[in-house]
Every structure is written in C-alpha cells, then in structure tokens.
Design a protein around this ligand. Structure first.
Ligand code: MAN
Length: 492
C-alpha cells in the first residue's frame, strides 16, 4: 500500500513538472521545445543550457527568475531582466484573437498594451489588465471586413493597371516585329539596288535606260516626297522647340539659382552654335552630291549628245522634274542642267532606302530600350506613363509624374530613378544652396485613387512623400490588417 501511495504521489509531481515545463512564460508554442529541461537520471535534478551559450548550464528554476544569467538573454523570455534585444519579444497567446509579441521592457509597466496583448498577459504581475480578446476580436473582424472591401476595390483598379501595362508592352512588341519585317524587306531592296549598281559599274549593257529606270521611278518619287514631307514636319517641330528654348534663354532669371534651368540654357546655347556648324557641313555635302549628279547626268541632259539607246523625251522630263524637286528641297540655287542615267537613279534609291533603314534602326533601338527599362514589379508603371499627381502641402504645390519627375512649385525635386520594395525613388533634383541636390523617396500606401498624403523633409532637401495609390495594393494577411487596426477603447 505504502509503495502504491508513494508511486501515485510521484506521478502527481511529475505531471505538475510537465505542466510547468511546457508553460515557460513569454515563449511561443513552437519554441517551447528549446526550453525542455535536462533531467539527471540519478538525482532527477533539472538543468538547462543558455540557447546561444550551451556551455553555460543553469538550474532549471533560473529561467524567468528575473535575473539575467545568459549573455543572449534567453533565460528570461518572460521578464525584463535582460538588456533590450529587438529580436527577443514576449509572446502573448491572446486566446480568441491573434497572438502578439511585445517588447520585454513593456512588461509590467502598468500599461495595458491591448493592441499587442489583448489578453492582458503583459501585466501578469499586477493582473490589472483584464482579458479583452473577445471584444477586441469583434472590433477587429468588423475592421477586417471593411478594409478587405476597400482592398478588393483597389485591387480591381490595380489589375486594370496591370492589363494596361501588359497591352502597352504588347503594342511595343508588335511594333518591333513589324519594324523588323520592314527592315528585312528594305534590306532586300537595298541589296538588289546595290547589285544593279554593281552590274552597271561592271559595264554590263543588257538593258536600256528606260526599262531600268521606269519600274523604279514612281517608287523613288514617292520615297523622296515622303522623306521631304517628314523632314518638313520635323523641321517645324524643331523650330517650335527652339522657340520655346530661345524664350527660356531670353527670359529666365539668372539670379535665381536653379541649376536645372541654367544647365538647360547653357546646353541650348551650345546647341545653337553647333547647329550653325552642322548646317554648313550639310550644305557642303549637298553641293558635293549635286556635283556628283551633274557629272553623271551631263550626257543625258545635253540634247546635243546622242544617247546610246532610245529614251522617250517624257522620261527625261520626268527625271528632270524629280531632280529639280530634290534640288529645291535642299534649297541650292544653282543653274544646273540636269540629266540622269541608271546609276544615278539606283544611287538615289539606295540612299533613300539607307536613310529609311537608319530611321527604322533608331525606332527599333528606342523600343528595345523602352522594353528593357525597369517599370517596377509586373511592369506596372508602364500604365502610368505620362500620369501626374498634384497636391498642395505645406505651402508648396507638388507635381509628381510617375515616370518623369517631381516638382515643388517650379523646383525640380528629382527625376524618376527606381521602384523597389513599395517605394519610388527620384534623384538628381535642383541643388539646394544649403544642402545637396534635391531627391525624394515615395512611400506607397494602398488606396483606390492616386493622391499625395503628406510631404516631409527628414533631411534638408531629401523629401519623403507618402502617396496613396492602387500600385501599392495587395492581398493582406490578418497580421498586416492588424497592423493598421486601432482599438476603440471606449467600446471595451
Ligand atoms: C526651398 C524648398 C525647401 C528647402 C529649401 C532649402 O525653400 O525647396 O524644401 O528646404 O529650399 O534651401
């Protein structure tokens, strides 16, 4: 009987020990195993080793005895005895709600930190904080429902942006494809016309002037007038831009220390003087070309010289007509008696195609560069090309062009540089007289419409802008929703 009595009390003791062992205050269930005691098989004495310093062996009751024994603080997960370590936090079970982790220095400080420990376990010494997890969980569920509705709405907008971005990319890819096909076609035409040229240079005389020229004449004429038209258009656009820049150069205030404006003005002046040089060179080239054409056309132009084969007079007139058009296009007033032959036509055709190929290459290069550019996760910023957001904050008007730049009134804060980890970066803004070149970091917060929420300047001329935008929306976990949740204490 006695033996049985002893055995049963030993069983009760060991059950109690297990209950205590498995409830190390402040430790989350998944880490409880780390706090299993080492039991001496002979004496039954329980010890434990510091987690990061296993050479230090403590008696098991030194855990949470409010004295810091381990250098890593692992023996005091449930007290504030060890120095603050942001990686060590007290675990609140928060039954009926979401578990929380609170900094150890907030334990037993007389404040009920219900946002983190709704069960009041952070104040376990006084027990003054009642468990409010049920009420808080009810409030949280309401908040969660309404924020999920908002997020759903914003996510729909975001998905539209993603579609728009994808279709813009596809458009570019298609454009690239047709440019490449056009390039191939033109390269073939060019190769043929160069073959023709080579044949002529080898002195082959298989064909008459008219049957070589005639099939190409219309084509060349179309190319020439198209080219001429596009040159005129570009010239007009250039003149407009030059007018704007000339106005800026004339009217800007040099006393206003705006580096960006000064730089633009200097570059424009440099451009104007270089342009004159370039024009002279172009004129020389054009004259040279005319001389070349003349040299080869004397025979055809001079009615006194007999042609090798019969040429209908209308063809001559047509060539003369196109040549004169070409001449007036490059505006050289010289009295040239013009004629033509197969070589001239092929040469002119080759030059036109060559120029078209250069244009195509340029367009291909621009598109390729664009396709390789970083438009953020999922290419999404592509949907915001040329989109600007404007807001008045702290006496300034801010304009933010997603892929362009940010301005504070007329001052350049920075040009778009990067999109990483939910932040946009703008760099290389106007220099501050008392600081660096301006720059900005944009913190993105999910919302259904773009708007500037706040602007601050944590360091001189380094701006921090909070921007609400669908770009930042994503499906949130309960923990993430919880981080935006505020308890209404009046309802507890
Ligand atoms: C202007 C603004 C400010 C900035 C100062 C620096 O007033 O751009 O944001 O701090 O210049 O001199």
């Amino acid at each position: 009987m006695k033996v049985i009595g002893l055995l049963s009390s030993a069983l009760i003791v060991s059950k109690l020990a297990i209950a205590i062992d498995t409830e190390i205050r402040g430790v989350e269930p998944s880490r409880l195993k780390l706090y299993d005691p080492i039991v001496d098989p002979i004496t039954g004495k329980k010890t434990w080793r510091c987690l990061n310093n296993p050479e230090i062996i403590l008696s098991y009751d030194q855990i949470n005895d409010d004295y810091c024994d381990c250098p890593d603080g692992s023996d005091e997960p449930g007290t504030n005895a060890c120095p603050y370590n942001p990686d060590h936090k007290f675990y609140c079970a928060n039954k009926n709600h979401i578990p929380g982790y609170i900094e150890n220095y907030k334990l037993n400080d007389g404040v009920c930190d219900y946002e983190i420990c709704c069960d009041g376990s952070d104040e376990y010494l006084s027990g003054k904080c009642e468990d409010k997890c049920k009420e808080i969980n009810h409030q949280f569920n309401q908040f969660k429902q309404s924020s999920q509705k908002d997020i759903e709405k914003s996510l729909k907008l975001k998905s539209k942006l993603e579609h728009e971005a994808a279709s813009r990319r596809l458009q570019l890819v298609n454009q690239l494809e047709s440019l490449n096909a056009e390039k191939l076609e033109k390269e073939e035409i060019l190769a043929n016309s160069q073959d023709n040229l080579a044949e002529e240079e080898n002195g082959e005389e298989g064909s008459t002037l008219s049957n070589v020229i005639l099939p190409h004449l219309d084509e060349i004429s179309v190319h020439l007038s198209n080219y001429h038209r596009s040159l005129q258009l570009r010239e007009e656009q250039l003149q407009n831009l030059e007018k704007i820049l000339a106005g800026l150069t004339k009217n800007y205030n040099p006393n206003f220390n705006d580096i960006a404006v000064k730089e633009s003005v200097n570059k424009f002046q440099e451009y104007v003087s270089n342009k004159e040089e370039a024009l002279k060179a172009d004129l020389e080239k054009a004259k040279e070309l005319l001389r070349l054409v003349e040299d080869h056309s004397k025979e055809f132009a001079d009615p006194g010289i007999k042609q090798k084969s019969y040429e209908p007079p209308t063809l001559k007139n047509m060539i003369l007509h196109y040549f004169n058009q070409f001449k007036s296009a490059i505006q050289i007033d010289e009295n040239v008696d013009v004629g033509s032959n197969k070589k001239i036509v092929n040469n002119a055709q080759a030059q036109v195609i060559q120029k078209e190929l250069e244009d195509i290459d340029l367009q291909i290069e621009i598109i390729n560069e664009d396709l390789e550019k970083d438009y953020g996760p999922g290419d999404i910023l592509r949907a915001y090309k040329s989109t600007w957001v404007e807001g008045d904050v702290g006496g300034y008007n801010y304009k933010l062009g997603f892929l362009d730049a940010i301005y504070q009134d007329d001052v350049l804060i920075g040009k778009y540089a990067d999109f990483k980890d939910n932040q946009l970066f703008y760099k290389g803004g106007a220099k501050c007289w008392n600081g660096p070149h301006r720059s900005a970091t944009i913190d993105l917060t999910c919302g259904s419409a773009n708007h500037i929420l706040s602007v601050s300047e944590p360091q001189v001329c380094k701006y921090l802008i909070e921007l609400v935008t669908p770009l930042a929306c994503k499906v949130l976990s309960d923990e993430e929703i919880l981080s935006n949740f505020k308890i209404d204490r009046s309802k507890l």
